[in-house]
Ligand binder design. Sequence first.
Ligand SMILES: NC(=O)N[C@@H](CC(=O)O)C(=O)O
Ligand SMILES: [Zn+2]
Ligand SMILES: [Zn+2]
Length: 427
Amino acid sequence: MTTWIINGKIWNEASGGTELMHVRVEEGRIAEITSEAPASGDYEVVDATGKLLAPGLIDMHVHLRDPGFEHKEDIATGTLSAAKGGFTTIACMPNTRPVTDTPETVSYILDKAQREGAVKVLPYAAITKNELGRELTDFEALKAAGAIGFTDDGVGVQSAQMMKDAMALAQSLDRPIIAHCEDDSLVVGGFVSEGEFARRHGLKGIPNESEAIHVGRDILLAEATGAHYHVCHVSTEQSVRLIRLAKQLGIRVTAEVCPHHLLLSDEDIPGMDPNWKMNPPLRTPRDVEAMIGAIEDGTIDMVVTDHAPHSAEEKGRGMELAPFGIVGFETAFPLLYSRFVATGRWSLGFLLRRMTSDPARVFGLDSGRLEPDAPADLTLIDLDEERAVDPETFVSKGKNTPFGGWKLQGWPVLTMVGGRVVWREAQ
Ligand SMILES: NC(=O)N[C@@H](CC(=O)O)C(=O)O
Ligand SMILES: [Zn+2]
Ligand SMILES: [Zn+2]
C-alpha cells in the first residue's frame, strides 16, 4: 500500500529553515521525499498542509507501569499518550510489579506492546533482582528476551562493587547500563531539593551531592570496565561537570535530561503541591542554567520525559507522602518548543535532534531520521496553534503535572508508526 504525506514542512539543516515536501511511504518505510507533488493515482493521502513533518520523537526513559500498577497506567494507555505527544519509540523502565527482572516479564511487555501498543516499546531490565541491590539479574537471558539495557531506575545501586560487576557484564554483552544516580545515605527523609523552597518551609532538603556522587563513582567504573554508561535524568551542576570531564577523557558516558529540569527550579514550586514532587527534585536556578548549558554543548545527549504517572488518590496524599513523579509525554514537545525555539534560543533542528537522531545514535536505533529507507515513524506538529495545558484531556491515566494551565504552542496532531497512523488529533 502506498501513502503520500503531502505538503509537510520538513526541517532542512543546510538552509536552517523548513521546506515544503511530499513523502511517499511504502511497506512501512519512507520510499521518497520530493518537492514535486504526486500525480493522481491509487494511494492514501495524509494532508500535512501547514504542519511540521518531523521524524517520530524518541523517549528513552518512561514508566508504563505494566505489569502490576495498571491503576497508574498500562501499555495501551501509556503508548497512546506517547503517540499523542508525537513519540514513536519509547524505552520503558523495569520498576513494575513484578520488577522486570526475568525473561518472562520482558516477553510479557513485548507481547502486550505488540498487541495493544500504539508505538514501538523497548524494554529495559533490572540490574538487580527486584531492584533490591543485592543480586544481579541474568543479563544474558534478559538480553536474549529483548531487554535493550539494564537499570534499577527508581533507586540507585548503592554498592560500588555491584555496579562494577553489572558494568563488566553489560560490557561483555554489548548493552548499556542506565543509572538512576542517588546515594541513599545522603537523602534520608528529603522530598524536595536543598534550596530556597526547603528553607522557607523548614524542610530537610535533598542535597545535590546525592546524585553527583554516584555519577562520579560510576564514571570511574565505566572507565575501568569499558561499559557504556548512561546517566538518567541529570539535574545538578555537579553531575554536569563530571560528565563533561568524562567525555573529554573519552570515557563512554552519555546522559539525558527531562523538560522539567530544563524549565523549573525549586523556587517555582507554588506550595506543598505533590504535582511538583519528582525524583530527582527540582533544583536551584543555577542548576537549571547548568542543564540548559549542558544540553546545548552536548554534555547531555538527549531529552527524555521520565513519564511517571500516578493515580489521583496517590498524588492526593500530600507532598510528604505522595510518590515521586510527573507525567511527561503530552507536554514535552510543546514545552520545549515554546520556551526554547519560539523564543529564538534554539533552532527547531536542534530541538528535533535532541529528541530524535541523538537518542537513536546513542542507543543504536534504526529510527529518528527522515530519509529514504528509514522506517515511516513520523509526527506532524502544529507549530502555531497556542493552547493551554489541560491535564483532564490527557489520554494518560496520570494527570500529575505541574504544567496545568501553561499556554503553549507546538502541539503534535498526527503520529505514524511504521506507516500506520496511530494518533490523529480530532479536527
Ligand atoms: N522520576 C520519578 O519521580 N519517579 C519514577 C522513578 C524514577 O524515575 O526514578 C517513578 O517510577 O515514579
Ligand atoms: Zn530515576
Ligand atoms: Zn524514571
